[in-house]
Design a protein around this ligand. Structure first.
Ligand SMILES: C[S@@+](CC[C@H](N)C(=O)[O-])C[C@H]1O[C@@H](n2cnc3c(N)ncnc32)[C@H](O)[C@@H]1O
Length: 257
């Protein structure tokens, strides 16, 4: 009987093999990511590699090859990775002269204007456009914000911001359009109702199910694209303009290179 227990104890001590990690070759993942989203990480290999290693370890994925195969099969894992890698930096009242210019043109049109904000990130840019239009006395408009990141689109719907996002907003406008709740600012419905959001990749066909627009803002996304992809993105967005001669508003760094 005792012999049986000794044998059992020995069996229980059997060691579980530690999986061997292989995080060397990141090329396939970077290429896949560039083809899918336009985001070009070839010049930031080491940074992306380290970020991807953290992403994998958290999910017990032990090689880049395995991650690559998993994202091909699993849409939600792919979306998690997109959410994780996309650079969402944004804030209210960023690069306002272009918005002022657009408002001047809108006033001349004299009908309900449709604006596309691609990408919208967490909503600060389209909401700024809405605030500025209302402050300029123009209320006949609707704005659609799109972004590839699902996580960031749900933040845009929530419209709850911290002090950092609002560092360019005057106290007067904060008071007028936000409700303070602890350390957060909650955007009021008078602005929220003017903007709708959709998760859309600008390279997907679903982009063309959106209506056409009087004005398009596409700022601070193409900085992460290579020259060829920038041109491709610009041509795609151009097709969404109601009047083809209208210029798209890009960020200052977007068309460099
Ligand atoms: C730096 S933010 C810019 C936000 C805002 N336009 C601004 O200027 O403050 C860039 C955003 O582009 C989005 N993005 C990147 N590639 C995209 C794609 N292919 N389609 C749609 N959105 C994309 C990212 O998820 C990110 O939220």
């Amino acid at each position: 009987m005792f012999g049986f227990f000794k044998k059992k104890q020995k069996e229980e001590k059997k060691e579980v093999p530690v999986p061997v990690e292989d995080f060397e070759d990141v090329e396939d993942l970077i290429t896949y990511f560039k083809n899918e989203t336009g985001l070009d990480f070839f010049n930031k290999r080491e940074i992306i590699k380290n970020k991807l290693i953290l992403f994998c370890r958290k999910r017990e994925i032990f090689s880049f090859e395995l991650l690559y195969h998993r994202i091909l099969e699993d849409q939600s894992l792919k979306q998690e990775l997109v959410d994780y890698l996309a650079v969402n930096e944004t804030y209210f009242f960023r690069e306002t002269p272009q918005i002022e210019q657009m408002i001047k043109k809108a006033k001349l049109l004299g009908y309900k204007i449709e604006i596309l904000c691609a990408p919208s990130s967490s909503g600060e840019e389209p909401y700024t456009i809405a605030i500025m239009l209302l402050e300029a006395g123009y209320s006949d408009f609707h704005i659609i914000g799109i972004d590839i990141s699902e996580k960031i689109i749900s933040k845009a719907h929530e419209a709850k911001y911290n002090e950092r996002s609002l560092h360019r907003v005057t106290d007067e406008l904060k008071h007028k359009y936000f409700t303070k709740n602890g350390e957060f600012y909650i955007l009021k419905n008078i602005i929220k109702d003017r903007v709708s959001f959709r998760r859309v990749n600008i390279f997907d066909e679903s982009l063309f199910s959106l209506r056409k627009f009087d004005f398009i803002f596409s700022r601070n996304m193409m900085i992460y694209f290579d020259s060829e992809t920038k041109i491709k993105a610009k041509n795609i967005l151009q097709k969404l303009l109601k009047r083809p001669q209208e210029a798209i508003y890009f960020g200052h760094a977007d068309m460099v290179g």
